[in-house]
Design a protein around this ligand. Structure first.
Ligand SMILES: Cc1cc2nc3c(=O)[nH]c(=O)nc-3n(C[C@H](O)[C@H](O)[C@H](O)COP(=O)(O)OP(=O)(O)OC[C@H]3O[C@@H](n4cnc5c(N)ncnc54)[C@H](O)[C@@H]3O)c2cc1C
Length: 417
């Protein structure tokens, strides 16, 4: 059984020379069958397994991951957590995630390093400010802690921005959410893994799903690189590879897959204590707890499964960064990487039953699913346990592409990540 982390256990281990820590999760052999299978050991898959055990008492669960847990987009993202979305359906979804994030370290007994340092989304013209005001009004009506910032407010939270009179992207104000911020990406994956393991979930790494077992028109299990594993309840949370698995299951999803990249600088002393996003410059930036400047940008709009990213997109992001913060011209970049994100036409996720009975979907989070992990896990767990939607997941069903009830957040909030 996993030991509880506490100040007392740290103290005792300090005295004992750090020799008593146990593995945070087991590495079991796959069993022939489970009550539920979750495909994908990213944040959403691990959270699903945890909430299946915690909320529904279903602990004979396997998480099947083709590589290592958190090695997909969960470990590649820029860690922005916020809930300032436009449509009521999104407010419910991301609001649930945000509230769960606020209690997550305690719930998981694992410090996910949530840092609610606030986030400002910059407006660079009068027209953008008018749209910003409309957006903030809508968010406030829906109960979100959004505020419209003046240029002086922006200067207060991000004094190193380029406020010179000849700046190419002058600041007219911004949209602020004070409860937004960042969380440590690896810790979210590891925290859920450890907590799920404690409740009896099998986390099986290096186990790729190669096909689905379909009998009598229903999904009855999966074929993997470690043999067949059967279950009557299968959830899929594989981020950038949802179309690949959907094709194996015999259906198509309204998804295009693109590389989204990011980079970090060498660590520097504390200089930026909020998250700043400029849609105009196509850049968002924060400083990690280690001191690195974490830099993200927009999608490379050429569909691809190449996780390495490319120089033209990176150059555009760095050019935008220097428009915002000329002071960063002195920084040395340390690492660059990409992840494959699945983008849906209305920029909202797909959560619900798939066209193949017994197989349920959690996908299409595009560039912004890290912040949604606790909600994505809760909702997929509920679907797997009950077979039914609740009020929060219902609007995100795949059937919205037939009914036309789209939730177009790209047009609504206009904010990525
Ligand atoms: C550069 C970048 C920056 C981002 N920044 C942010 C941000 O700031 N804020 C935010 O909210 N979101 C952000 N995102 C998006 C966010 O990272 C994702 O939406 C989220 O991590 C998705 O989590 P997941 O668990 O669904 O996917 P993943 O973490 O990718 O997990 C899916 C897992 O499925 C596994 N898998 C795939 N195929 C198979 C198979 N056949 N068999 C078994 N396993 C399989 C993969 O190996 C992977 O580990 C960013 C993404 C990127 C790439």
């Amino acid at each position: 059984m996993t030991r509880r982390y506490s100040a007392l256990s740290l103290f005792k281990e300090g005295l004992a020379g750090q020799t008593g820590w146990k593995q945070a999760w087991r590495s079991p052999e796959p069993k022939p069958s489970y009550d539920a299978i979750v495909i994908g050991g990213g944040g959403h898959g691990l959270a699903t397994a945890y909430y299946l055990a915690k909320n529904h008492g279903i602990a004979r669960v396997a998480v099947l991951e083709k590589g290592w847990i958190g090695g997909g987009n969960t470990g590649r993202n820029t860690t922005v957590v916020r809930s300032n979305y436009y449509y009521p359906e999104s407010v419910e979804l991301y609001g649930l995630a945000h509230r769960l994030y606020e209690g997550l370290s305690k719930d998981l007994n694992y410090n996910v390093m949530l840092s609610q340092r606030g986030m400002v989304n910059l407006c660079h013209s009068t027209a953008e400010m008018e749209i910003g005001a409309r957006t903030v009004n809508a968010m406030q009506i829906n109960g979100i802690d959004a505020e419209l910032f003046s240029p002086e407010d922006v200067r207060r939270v991000a004094p190193i921005y380029n406020f010179s009179p000849d700046a190419r992207f002058p600041v007219f104000g911004g949209i602020w959410q004070g409860r937004a911020g960042t969380a440590r990406h690896d810790a979210v994956a590891w925290g859920y893994a450890r907590a799920a393991n404690r409740l009896g979930v099998d986390i099986i790494q290096n186990c790729e799903i190669t096909d689905f077992i379909v009998e009598g028109g229903r999904c009855r299990g999966v074929q993997t690189t470690r043999g067949a594993i059967r279950s009557e309840r299968i959830g899929m949370a594989v981020a950038g590879h949802s179309s690949v698995l959907a094709a194996k299951a015999g259906f198509r999803l309204p998804i295009n897959s693109y590389a989204l990249q990011a980079c970090v600088s060498e660590p520097v002393k504390p200089i930026l204590d909020t998250v700043v996003l400029s849609p105009g410059c196509g850049v968002y930036v924060s400083q990690s707890d280690k001191g690195e400047i974490v830099i993200g940008g927009g999608l490379d709009r050429i569909p691809s499964y190449a996780q390495r990213g490319n120089l033209p997109t990176l150059e555009a992001v760095i050019a935008g960064l220097l428009e915002m913060f000329p002071i960063f011209g002195q920084l040395k970049l340390m690492r660059q990487w990409a992840g494959i994100v699945d983008v849906v036409p209305d920029s909202s996720p797909i959560i619900g039953p798939s066209p193949l009975p017994n197989l349920f979907l959690n996908c299409g989070w595009g560039t912004g699913g890290f912040k949604a992990i606790p909600a994505g896990g809760t909702l997929l767990a509920n679907l797997l346990a009950t077979g039914k939607h609740n009020d929060i997941s219902r609007p995100f069903d795949l059937d919205r592409f037939a009914s036309g009830r789209l939730i177009d957040e790209a047009a609504g909030s206009g904010i990525a990540h």
